[in-house]
Ligand binder design. Structure first.
Ligand code: C2O
Length: 489
């Protein structure tokens, strides 16, 4: 089937944390924005009209591989030109992956102003079919009182030489601060939990109930029990939770922001988003107990149900050494191998399609886009060395990767001595504490670090792209309307 969405993107006003009415980016006059829902095999068409007036935009479908439809990936400067105010753009692709995803603007530092929502792909053949009665979506996110362009201005600035990130004001759950979920006793629910935030990872738990993890980032996992999970910006978990038969008490569930990511913790921070499983709507909603320590489930122990074994032998291995530093202008930037990403003038995909034989030469993409040329079907090993003191949730477009190994904090540079799981955990976003191991973006999914340059561009099989892809003329019109060239580099 084809599912079609007409998205008119405008500023609206809302007060998600109950503390401040502010302008935010909505769709069709609504915020929270609508879900995109499809079934495996569907074609999804999203017609975007940008009526923001003052900002360009784009939409990216996070976790969707866009196999054969790279031009629909929605990343400005990579797979398209920004959709200018008054402009329109149509995304049109098929989805053959089940699971929990989300969509968001991929114009730099825009989605935290509200342009992000769930994308759910239903699966008639789910291995967990019949094991739950109903499903629900729960988003968690950090929320800011200032609009993002203002925060960005002071973030990358000489007045912030250490690169201290903007600190949220509140944690939200389903874009509100007092979410009640009426449930039926004895039933099992599947909660699709999505962190649509800009920065803060969140600890998540249900009081009095155990979760059974069955999916991460669109990958089914063998059932794994967890009392508490950690969900970075952009990650997703599907968990089964069975309700009690006793209906006398209501229970809280909590998303608690990881404050270790913050350089300072203001007294005014509202770190917890809370919701309630409502067994009895006349009974009180309990205040959740605060935890002193968080013993989160280790996602590296998850096993994909398809049993995909560790890939190998490795055809191409490279290191990405991450650091945060000054460029000499006094502001702080993020670097891979001493390069802080600069968006090329011509979107990388358009360069690949117009460069002929030169498309295999990384330098034509601009060294500051951190380009890596990859062969189709090669096994690629990426070794990330984190020389920063903070944690970073890395996301790869176009693929789910096997997260082969992650060292302990402060273990030092990778020297090739990690033992890899035989069937490694696979997902599209994972937290790098200190190491790990088409045209795709690879970046930190903390929106501030994306803006400060923590990005590499993976140029997969450009020669193949030249023979298989064609860019819809309307996509190119968006560039021409803004005098952005679509050939060359
Ligand atoms: Cu959520 Cu570059 O993506």
């Amino acid at each position: 089937a084809t599912v079609t969405y007409d998205f008119n993107i405008t500023w609206v006003t809302a007060n998600p944390d109950g503390l401040l009415n502010r302008p935010l980016i909505g769709i069709n006059g609504q915020w929270p924005v609508p879900y995109i829902t499809a079934t495996v095999g569907d074609r999804v068409v999203v017609n975007v009209l940008n009526q923001l007036g003052n900002e360009s935009t784009s939409l990216h479908f996070h976790g969707i591989y866009q196999n054969g439809s790279t031009e629909m990936d929605g990343v400005t400067g990579v797979s398209q030109c920004p959709i200018q105010p008054g402009g329109s753009f149509t995304y049109n692709f098929t989805i053959d992956q089940p699971g929990t995803y989300w969509y968001h603007s991929h114009e730099t530092a825009q989605y935290p102003d509200g342009l992000r929502g769930p994308l759910i792909v239903n699966d008639p053949n789910s291995p967990y079919k019949g094991q739950y009665d109903e499903e629900m979506v729960l988003t968690v996110s950090d929320w800011y009182h200032d609009e993002i362009p203002k925060l960005m201005k002071s973030f990358i600035s000489v007045t912030n030489p250490t690169g201290a990130e903007p600190i949220p004001k509140s944690a939200l759950m389903n874009d509100t601060y007092n979410l009640t979920t009426p449930i039926e006793p004895g039933k099992t629910y599947m909660f699709r939990i999505i962190n649509v935030g800009a920065f803060a990872g969140q600890y998540f738990w249900f009081e009095g109930h155990t979760m059974t993890i069955v999916e991460v980032d669109g990958i089914y996992t063998e059932a794994a029990e967890a009392d508490l999970i950690y969900i970075t910006a952009a990650q997703r978990y599907s968990v089964l939770v069975t309700m009690k038969n006793d209906t006398s008490t209501n229970y809280a569930y909590v998303g608690s922001m990881d404050q270790s990511l913050f350089d300072t913790v203001p007294a005014s921070l509202n770190p917890n988003g809370t919701g309630w499983l409502v067994y009895d709507d006349t009974a009180p909603l309990p205040t959740p107990a605060l935890l002193d320590t968080f013993n989160e489930f280790d996602d590296f122990t998850l096993i994909p149900t398809d049993g995909e074994e560790l890939l190998g032998p490795v055809d191409y291995s490279f290191n990405l050494d991450l650091k945060m530093d000054n460029l000499g202008d006094g502001a702080n930037y993020a670097f891979f191998n001493d390069i802080t990403y600069v968006r090329p003038k011509v979107p990388t995909l358009y360069t690949a399609l117009s460069a002929g034989d030169l498309a295999n030469n990384a330098t034509i993409y601009g060294i500051n886009s951190n380009p890596y040329i990859l062969e189709h079907n090669d096994v690629i090993e990426i070794i990330l060395n984190n020389n920063d003191t903070g944690k970073h949730p890395f996301h790869l477009h176009g693929h789910a990767f096997q997260a082969a190994a992650r060292s302990d904090k402060d273990a030092g540079k990778y020297v090739g001595n990690e033992t890899f799981a035989a069937v490694p955990m696979r997902r599209d976003t994972f937290m790098l504490t200190q190491h790990l191991a088409r045209i795709w973006f690879f970046h930190c999914h903390i929106e501030w670090h994306l803006a400060s340059g923590l990005i590499a561009t993976m140029i997969e099989a450009p020669a193949l792209l030249q023979t298989t892809l064609s860019i819809p003329p309307s996509h190119l019109d968006v560039c021409t309307a803004q005098n952005i060239p679509t050939v060359g580099n």
